[in-house]
Design a protein around this ligand. Structure first.
Ligand SMILES: [Zn+2]
Ligand SMILES: [Zn+2]
Length: 264
């Protein structure tokens, strides 16, 4: 339950230590769980060692939109599960072949995403990555992937924030797909954001697409790869669609968007 939603999510990290801490935590892996058992990322309830994903049962059951029927292609809510909504059925060939949405961008999960990005609470990337991994294993296990690619930040934004939250979530997701699933390689530098774009908020759908046109580029070929494209928040879908076009132009055969939250 999230009775204690006013509770701080996690201790904020000083920016200069954010990246070394993330590296150390990844390397230490499960050992840290034994030394300092984790709490639910939303309410802080103590979890069993190696609990996966790191949310208590009550919070998992109450995640907004987690059990909503969605279009398999774009993740938009639908009346019943559908391979493609009306808009997706009209798009051929699709940029994004399938979309997995873990939950709606709504309280209380939006608070976790915001704390990760703007509060620099880097440890929150791990439960969010685990949540995606758990949803993928449950919903898209028939959707094989060869690697994970995070939606990149523009260089200016990356320098300002100190980390790319989508990369940190992709690493967490990859690391916890074992033991029955082989860990997926994460390719953090193959997709780049070539230019900074004005914020998408406040733009109409057509303007969002124009705003992003040609803003992603790939280094090297990705021939034949089935790629999981990881992002934290999906709004219109224009960003993942433009990123997917760049991946396919580099040879990717299939792109599956893996997004933690989608705005309703
Ligand atoms: Zn909880
Ligand atoms: Zn759709």
């Amino acid at each position: 339950m999230h009775a204690s939603t006013s509770r701080p999510l996690a201790r904020p990290l000083a920016h200069p230590f954010a990246r070394p801490f993330a590296r150390a935590r990844r390397r230490l892996g499960g050992w840290l769980d034994h030394l300092a058992p984790r709490g639910c990322a939303l309410c802080g309830t103590a979890l069993a060692p190696r609990a996966f994903p790191a949310f208590c049962t009550g919070c998992l059951l109450e995640l907004p939109g987690a059990r909503r029927a969605r279009c398999r292609r774009c993740g938009q809510p639908t009346d019943a599960p559908a391979p493609a909504c009306t808009a997706c059925a009209a798009e051929a060939p699709p940029a994004v072949d399938a979309t997995l949405v873990a939950a709606d961008y709504a309280p209380p999960l939006d608070r976790v995403v915001t704390a990760l990005k703007f509060g620099r609470q880097l440890p929150l990337a791990r439960p969010l990555g685990e949540l995606l991994a758990a949803r993928w294993a449950g919903a898209l296990h028939g959707e094989p992937l060869d690697c994970l690619v995070p939606v990149p930040l523009a260089p200016g934004r990356l320098a300002q924030r100190g980390f790319n939250q989508s990369l940190e979530m992709a690493r967490a997701m990859s690391a916890c797909l074992g033991p029955s699933f082989a860990p997926l390689p994460v390719l953090p530098r193959r997709l780049a954001r070539l230019r900074d774009t004005p914020p998408q908020a406040g733009l109409a759908l057509a303007e969002r697409r124009t705003n992003l046109l040609g803003c992603f580029g790939c280094s090297g070929r990705l021939d034949g790869l089935r790629i999981g494209l990881v992002d934290d928040v999906m709004t219109s879908g224009s960003t993942v669609a433009e990123a997917a076009r760049a991946l396919k132009a580099a040879g990717a055969t299939r792109v599956v968007a893996l997004v933690v939250t989608r705005t309703a």
